[in-house]
Design a protein around this ligand. Structure first.
Ligand code: NAD
Length: 476
C-alpha cells in the first residue's frame, strides 16, 4: 500500500513563503504518524522576519483596513472550520468536538480584535488646570509598540495565536509569530488566511522550529519591541530575564483551585468539574486541578463526580464518542502516571482512573490529597483532579491561596456573602462563581498574578498592552 503524502509547510516572511534547508515533522498525536513536514528557521530567517516586520510599520495600514482584514480572516476561518478542526484533532490529539469549539472561539477572538481596531483612542488631559498652563491643551494618542514577537504553547494552538496576532494587528503593530513546534500546523494555516484576507506584507511573519533557538535569536534582536508569551513558567522567566527594558506580557501556568461549598448545587458542580477537569486531557492552564470540598458534602460530591468521570470515553480524537484524547507526548503521560502513583504512596486515595496506555492517560480522581503532593502543589497539566476537604471558610481561602500561581479559581456556592469574600480574598486574575476555574470566553480580561504571569489578554485588554500612550501638548 502507498503511504499518503503529508503536506509540507514553509516559513512566511515579508509576504512570501520561504523554504529552509532543515525541516521537522509534526506528528498525529494519536497514531504517532507524521501529519506534516514543517520548515525549521535559522538565525538569518529570524532576522529577516524581524526586519520585514519593522519595515512594514512604515507602510500606512489604517484602523479601518485593519478592521477589514481581521473581519475577512474571521470569515475565512469560519468557512474552513472543518479543515482547522481536523488539523487540531490531529496535531494536538484534542477530541474533534472540542477542536470545533476551539475554532469557533478563534473566530470570536478575531471578530473581537477587528472591533477593537476601530475603538483605539486616547483622552483629553486637562493640563490647562495647572497654574501657568492656562493657554495649553493636551490629549493622548495610543500608538503601536512596533514589532511584537508572539510565542505560543502547544495546547490551544489556534485560539492562543489569535489572542496575540489579532490584538497586535488591530493595534497597528507588526508580528513575528513563533508557534509551538509540536502543534505548528494551525498557526501556519491561519497565516495563509491572513494573507488571503489581504494583510499587507510584513505585518505577520511566521518562523517555525526550535523554541529555544528562535527564542534566543528573537531576544538578541533589538528591533523586537515587545514579547508576548504564553507557556511554562521557566521559559517565561527566561524571556523576562533576557528582554531587558522591553515590554513583556507573560501568560503562564496554574494549579487551579475550585471550591465546592456545602450550599452548592452539587449536580451542577460535579458535572462541570468532570467536564472541565479533563478537557484537552487536562492540558489547559485553568484546568480544574485542586478541588476543595466542604466536609459535610464530601461523600455525596465524590460519588457524583466519580460517576460522571467514569462516563467519559478515552480514545481516538476522531471518534465522535471520545471525550478525552491522548496527551501531547507519551513522556508527559508517564510523568502524570508517576505523580499519581507517588500521591497514592504518600496516602492519597485513588477514586478512579490512574492507568495509562501510551500517551492515553485515564481521567483520574484522587481524594485526601495533601498540599505537599506534586499533584497539588505543582501544575499537573494532565487529566488528574486532586480533591481534599475543608472545615471552614477561612481555612479554605488560606489553602486556595497556598500556591505559587494565581490565574483563575472557581467557587460553587449560593451564599452571596461568601462569594464576595472569596472575590476579595482569593489571589487570582479571575474568580468564577458557580462554575469552575476553567471558564473562559474571549472578551474577558485574562491573565494571572504571582507565578501565573503578568499582563492581560482578551482583545480589548491586549490592545492596551500592545500600545503606548503618548501625550500631545499644544501651546496655544
Ligand atoms: P513551553 O513553555 O514549553 O513552550 C511555549 C512556547 O515557548 C513554545 O512555542 C516553545 O517553542 C517556546 N520556547 C521554548 N523554549 C523557549 C525559549 N528558551 N525561549 C523562547 N521560547 C521558547 O510551554 P508548553 O509546554 O507549550 O505549554 C504548556 C504551558 O503553557 C503550561 O505551563 C500552561 O499552563 C501554559 N499555558 C498558559 C496559558 C495562559 O493563558 N496563562 C495558556 C495556555 C498554556
Amino acid at each position: 500500500m502507498f503511504k499518503t503524502e503529508i503536506p509540507s509547510y514553509k516559513l512566511f516572511i515579508n509576504g512570501e513563503e520561504m523554504i529552509t534547508q532543515e525541516t521537522t515533522k509534526v506528528l498525529n498525536k494519536y497514531t504517532q504518524e507524521a501529519a506534516a513536514e514543517i520548515a525549521v528557521a535559522n538565525k538569518e530567517h529570524v532576522d529577516q522576519a524581524v526586519a520585514s516586520a519593522k519595515a512594514a510599520l512604515d507602510v500606512e495600514f489604517s484602523s479601518y483596513e485593519r478592521y477589514e482584514v481581521l473581519m475577512k480572516t474571521a470569515d475565512l476561518l469560519k468557512q474552513k472550520r472543518d479543515m482547522f478542526a481536523e488539523a487540531l484533532a490531529k496535531e494536538v490529539g484534542k477530541p474533534l468536538k472540542e477542536s470545533y469549539g476551539e475554532v469557533d472561539r478563534s473566530v470570536q477572538t478575531l471578530l473581537l480584535s477587528a472591533e477593537e481596531a476601530k475603538r483605539i483612542h486616547g483622552e483629553g488631559v486637562p493640563v490647562e488646570a495647572a497654574p501657568g498652563s492656562e493657554n495649553r491643551m493636551a490629549f493622548t494618542l495610543k500608538v503601536p509598540v512596533g514589532v511584537i514577537a508572539a510565542i505560543t504553547p502547544f495546547n490551544v494552538p489556534l485560539n492562543l495565536v489569535c489572542h496575540k496576532v489579532g490584538p497586535a494587528l488591530a493595534a497597528g503593530n507588526s508580528v513575528v509569530l513563533k508557534p509551538a513546534e509540536q502543534t505548528s500546523i494551525v498557526a501556519i494555516l491561519l497565516t495563509q488566511l491572513f494573507r488571503e484576507a489581504g494583510l499587507p506584507k510584513g505585518r505577520l511573519n511566521l518562523v517555525t522550529g526550535s523554541g529555544r533557538k528562535i527564542g534566543d535569536w528573537l531576544l538578541e534582536n533589538k528591533d523586537v519591541n515587545m514579547f508576548t508569551f504564553t507557556g511554562s513558567q521557566g521559559v517565561g522567566e527566561y524571556i523576562r530575564s533576557k528582554a531587558g527594558l522591553r515590554k513583556v506580557a507573560l501568560e503562564l501556568g496554574n494549579n487551579s483551585a475550585t471550591v465546592i461549598h456545602h450550599d452548592a448545587d452539587l449536580e451542577l458542580a460535579a458535572s462541570l468539574v468532570a467536564a472541565r477537569g479533563f478537557n484537552n486531557a487536562g492540558q489547559v492552564c485553568i484546568s480544574v486541578q485542586r478541588v476543595y470540598v466542604h466536609k459535610d458534602i464530601e461523600e455525596k460530591f465524590l460519588a457524583l463526580v466519580k460517576e460522571k468521570t467514569e462516563a467519559l470515553q478515552l480514545g481516538d480524537p476522531f471518534d465522535d464518542n471520545t471525550d478525552v484524547g491522548p496527551m501531547i507526548h507519551e513522556k508527559e503521560a508517564i510523568r502524570v502516571e508517576e505523580w499519581v502513583k507517588e500521591a497514592v504512596e504518600q496516602g492519597a486515595e485513588l477514586v478512579t482512573g490512574g492507568k495509562r496506555e501510551g500517551a492515553l492517560m485515564e481521567p483520574t480522581i484522587l481524594n485526601n490529597v495533601k498540599p505537599s503532593m506534586k499533584v497539588s502543589c505543582q501544575e499537573v497539566f494532565g487529566p488528574v483532579i486532586s480533591i481534599s476537604s475543608y472545615n471552614n471558610i477561612d481555612e479554605m481561602i488560606e489553602r486556595v491561596n497556598d500556591s505559587n500561581y494565581g490565574l483563575q479559581a472557581g467557587i460553587f456556592t449560593n451564599d452571596l456573602k461568601l462569594a464576595m469574600k472569596a472575590a476579595k480574598k482569593i489571589e487570582v486574575g479571575g474568580l468564577i462563581v458557580n462554575d469552575t476555574s476553567a471558564y473562559r470566553v474571549d472578551q474577558m480580561p485574562y491573565g494571572g498574578v504571582k507565578a501565573s504571569g503578568n499582563g492581560k489578554e482578551g482583545p480589548k485588554y491586549a490592545v492596551e498592552e500592545m500600545t503606548e500612550e503618548r501625550i500631545i501638548v499644544l501651546n496655544l
